[in-house]
Design a protein around this ligand. Structure first.
Ligand code: SAM
Length: 246
């Protein structure tokens, strides 16, 4: 962790697509556990940070103590729309991701979110993808999957797998499975080394992606229910590929 950056640089980090803003203790904890390189680790309450580390992340207590910079409350508040209850904010370098290489390697599923609109859904999808041992979450559309709101939703678990925006799904030898309420109920589990594609919240998957998919799979629902929430559908599908890989 280099010396403290001025507050205006910290503030600018929210708009810098090479940086990730981590809001709150859990996001910082997960990011560090999965190899994040922090530029800044700021708290306005060093004692509270030490107590949280002792209770929830004794593995990280030393690194947190060594690198935390105590800043006035107003500096912390200037960094984030709402000061986290744990009064910790960090800025980390985003890891470089090569989507084609990720698709070519790995043994777990890759989640493709087509034009997701709600960053909370993106974060929740990244969180469950990390938990289930997925290789990556790729998104299309205008939203930045590393937006601070998505990082809040994932509790910092973006660092546990590859997360990137792509213009379109690159060519891949993985089977493409479209999760689609109008598809067929799955005959068994879903293939592990696949691309699982999910549509945008309002309109679902595009015709182009549905046409490209080898399988169209519906998660069974009670009559009258039209669809699941996007991140919930991601969770169901991921766990249908077989449970978390180490
Ligand atoms: C909120 S839903 C979109 C609803 C949209 N009106 C439609 O019919 O697809 C967002 C995405 O979650 C996935 N999804 C939601 N419920 C699903 C289900 N029962 N089976 C399969 N996929 C589902 C699909 O990928 C869908 O595009």
């Amino acid at each position: 962790v280099p010396p403290r950056l001025p507050a205006d640089e910290l503030h600018a980090a929210r708009r810098d697509r090479t940086l990730a803003v981590l809001e709150g203790f859990h996001a910082v904890k997960h990011a560090l556990r999965f190899g994040a390189r922090l530029d800044v680790l700021a708290t306005s309450d060093a004692e509270a940070l030490a107590a949280l580390a002792a209770a929830l992340a004794p593995d990280l207590a030393g690194v947190l103590r060594a690198h935390a910079q105590v800043v006035p409350r107003d500096v912390l508040a200037a960094l984030v729309p709402r000061t986290p209850a744990t009064r910790v904010v960090a800025v980390a370098r985003r890891p470089a991701v090569d989507p084609a290489a990720v698709l070519a390697g790995g043994a777990g599923p890759v989640v493709l979110l087509e034009d997701p609109r709600h960053l909370g859904n993106v974060g929740a999808a990244v969180r469950v993808a990390a938990a289930a041992g997925a290789d990556a979450v790729l998104t299309t559309g205008a939203r930045d999957p590393w937006d601070p709101a998505a990082l809040r939703g994932s509790a910092g678990l973006h660092f546990a797998l590859a997360v990137a925006r792509v213009e379109a799904l690159p060519p891949t030898d993985r089977p493409l499975v479209a999760l689609h309420p109008g598809g067929e109920p799955p005959a068994g589990g879903l293939p592990a080394r696949s691309v699982l594609a999910f549509g945008t919240e309002r309109h679902g998957l595009s015709e182009a992606l549905l046409a490209r998919a080898e399988h169209r799979v519906a998660i069974p629902m009670r009559p009258g229910v039209s669809s699941l929430n996007l991140a919930t559908a991601v969770a169901v599908a991921l766990y249908a590929t077989g449970l978390a890989r180490p």
